[in-house]
Write a protein that binds this ligand. Structure first.
Ligand code: 0RA
Length: 663
């Protein structure tokens, strides 16, 4: 029998219902259960059918990103259990057979018979769409957020899934094929401790790839451990015998230290502010460094709110006001009219804002913008109050921050003057086009394309191979400037940037004007190697920071040069990825087949480059979305300064993801 009766209530109606039914699974007669099984089954099947029919509606996409969302979805349930105070360890394991397991040491999903449905609560949780969302109102559930669709959705998108629950000294088990249970939940033996373990094989009928990427999971698991202090998250890759254990008692303070680990900070200890009002919990950690960009990341219920929202507005308003007030009252401002803009106060700032909001409203293009209006005031008054307190108690740190902000204000003024000068000299207005640019003859931006090509030799081939009617070529030499390490005035003075911006025609930053763009396709064409990926990441980061509307308008693309040329007899085939190569080689057979791997664009002659990469009739272009750019920017901000090799590998993997998108 249940041992629950007097157990304090934990906040879930769904599970409360489950506990009403007084029966343990093994005490249920199977014959009884099969009767009501029919009607429920139809309902369940309809739900799962919907998920399988439109997977993107539930998990965003069916590419490698969607695949990883499955993992996050399952992990989120364990995180919820941890936030409720019942779970301290979560293990995520990529198994040798391509499956993935998530195991926690929480209370275990209830297995008791749900009175309304006449079957195990566990089965309902695993098979009924939104069961968790609808019934479970525990305060800060991650569910209801970005992809809070519940584990049943993952189940429906898995070739198979199995769940093991340890409770009250017993282990329970159920297995599903594409979301459909093979048999009722059964007790399979005694068990020690409690917990839940879910294992699944993503369905290759649904997903473009079902191969999990360690680096992608590693980044998210580390982030979750930072955002939820005290939880231990273990990540294991049985394919490569790789593993990490993430556990941070310092939470987001350690997150900020981590992001800044290779930067020079202005004060040794990050500033930490926290508070709670009307059920909204706010935590903020921040630290200034000597770099010139701001790295402010915000999260709501563990979801990265890339598009900001009310918590971000409240934070920015309070920062501007508090630092200006302090500058004036402490006489750090020399002139009475001295004034910091919001941007000035955030130059060099690394900040994590983490809010827990009971009923979050997510808005915006990618549903990553917090809409709850009450949160602005809550964050704003918290920061106003606690930050001014901090400044008064730490005058030396306060002076450092104010001086940095004043420098930023002066630099901004200098950059404005410099831009005026460049404008007078005609550098940015398109009147004096750079000599390196091989422009096209058309003047209709909607028809024109510009290829930003890595290196002079590939640039040469592209110039010869192109259709000069509408295709312009701009060779970029060497690395472009790292936008994190240079202020706008320096960036504006950089020759590669000047050439590129002048050719595009829009100017940058505050003077950026999308209507002046000379091309509606700006195509990044780099080698398919680490350096190429690095340049691509730098360019995306630059566009993201200073010419964002080009990305938002869908004008930025990545070219897809082939990886191999395969020849058999007279026939030549170009292939664009390893998988395609393997299957074509298998098809043609090794006899008389030759394989050439292209390491760089420079290895192709002009005709080959045209045929494979530039001819609109045959090429594939990948349009860069704002999400790709955000990812590139984040990879950059969070990984900058890490030991060079791992960082390069990481950038390479993730930059490759960017190129794997569909238009
Ligand atoms: C609500 C109530 C109880 C357990 C859970 C939620 C739970 C759900 C998941 C999902 C993944 N891991 C989980 N661990 C626990 C049980 C209530 C009780 O036993 O008192």
């Amino acid at each position: 029998m249940l041992e629950n009766g007097q157990r304090p209530w934990t906040g879930s109606e769904f599970y409360r219902d489950a506990l009403d039914g007084d029966l343990m699974v093994e005490e249920t007669s199977d014959g009884q259960r099969k009767e009501d099984y029919g009607a429920d089954k139809i309902q369940v099947l309809e739900g799962l059918q919907a998920v399988r029919k439109r997977p993107a509606m539930y998990i965003g996409s069916t590419d490698v990103r969607g695949l990883h969302h499955l993992v996050y979805e399952v992990v989120d349930n364990s995180i919820d259990e941890a936030l409720a105070g019942y779970c301290s360890e979560i293990e995520v394991r990529i198994n040798n057979d391509g499956t993935l397991s998530v195991e926690d040491n929480g209370r275990g999903i209830p297995v008791e018979i749900h009175s309304k449905y006449g079957k195990s609560a566990l089965e309902i949780a695993m098979t009924v769409l939104h069961a968790g969302g609808k019934f479970d109102s525990s305060a800060y559930k991650v569910s209801g957020g970005l992809h809070g669709v519940g584990v049943s959705c993952v189940n429906g998108l898995s070739e198979w899934m199995e769940v093991r629950v340890k409770r009250v000294g017993r282990e329970y088990y159920q297995k599903y094929l594409r979301g459909i249970p093979l048999e009722p939940v059964k007790m399979i033996g005694p068990a020690e401790g409690r917990g839940t373990k879910v294992t699944f094989l993503a369905d290759s009928e649904i997903f473009e790839t079902i191969e999990f990427e360690y680096d992608t999971l590693q980044m998210r698991m580390r982030e979750l451990a930072f955002l939820n202090k005290g939880i231990t998250i273990k990540l294991i890759d049985k394919r490569a015998e790789r593993e990490d254990v993430f556990h941070y008692d310092g939470g987001i303070v350690e997150f900020v230290r981590y992001i800044n680990r290779n930067k020079t900070s202005l004060h040794p200890v990050p500033i930490f502010l926290e508070g709670e009002k009307d059920g909204v919990i706010v935590e903020i950690a921040m630290q200034y460094t000597d770099v010139y960009i701001e790295n402010v990341f915000s999260f709501v219920n563990n979801i990265n709110t890339h598009e900001g929202g009310t918590h971000m507005s409240g934070f920015k308003a309070a920062m501007t006001r508090t630092l200006n007030d302090y500058g004036r009252s402490s006489n750090i401002f020399k002139r009475i009219d001295e004034n910091l803009s919001g941007e000035d106060t955030r130059e060099g700032l690394t900040c994590i804002i983490s809010c827990k909001v009971p009923e979050p409203q997510f808005e915006g293009q990618t549903k990553t913008k917090l809409g709850n209006s009450e949160v602005k005031g809550i964050v704003e008054s918290l920061v106003n109050e606690k930050l001014s307190e901090f400044l008064l108690e730490n005058p030396a740190v306060a002076r450092g921050i104010l001086e940095k902000s004043l420098q930023a204000a002066r630099a901004r003024e200098a950059a404005r003057k410099a831009r005026e000068l460049t404008r007078r000299k005609g550098i940015f207005d398109g009147s004096g086009l750079p000599g390196k640019l091989a422009d096209c003859s058309s003047r209709d931006p909607a028809k024109c394309e510009i290829y930003l090509v890595e290196g002079d030799s590939a640039g040469g081939s592209a110039k010869q191979g192109r259709d000069r009617g509408f295709q312009a070529i701009l060779p970029l030499r060497g690395k472009i400037i790292n936008v994190e390490k240079a202020r706008l005035d320096k960036i504006v003075a950089n020759k590669e940037i000047q050439t590129m911006v002048t050719a595009i025609g829009t100017s940058i930053a505050e003077e950026f004007d999308i209507n002046k763009t000379r091309y509606h396709k700006i195509i990044i064409m780099t080698d398919a190697d680490v350096d190429g990926a690095h340049i691509r990441t730098l360019l995306l980061t630059f566009f993201f920071r200073y010419m964002r509307a080009l990305i938002e308008s869908g004008y930025i693309y990545v070219a897809q040069p082939p990886l191999y040329k395969i020849k058999k007899g007279k026939a030549e085939h170009y292939v664009y990825n390893e998988k395609a190569k393997d299957s074509l080689v298998a098809e043609l057979g090794p006899h008389g087949t030759s394989l050439q791997r292209y390491k760089g664009l420079g290895e192709m002659n002009p005709i080959q480059l045209w045929e494979t990469t530039m001819d609109p009739a045959t090429r594939t272009l990948k349009r860069v979305t704002i999400e790709d750019a955000v990812a590139a920017d984040e990879v950059f901000s969070m990984l900058m300064g890490e030991a060079v090799e791992p960082r390069r590998e990481f950038i390479e993997t993730h930059a490759r993801e960017v190129t794997n998108l569909d238009i």
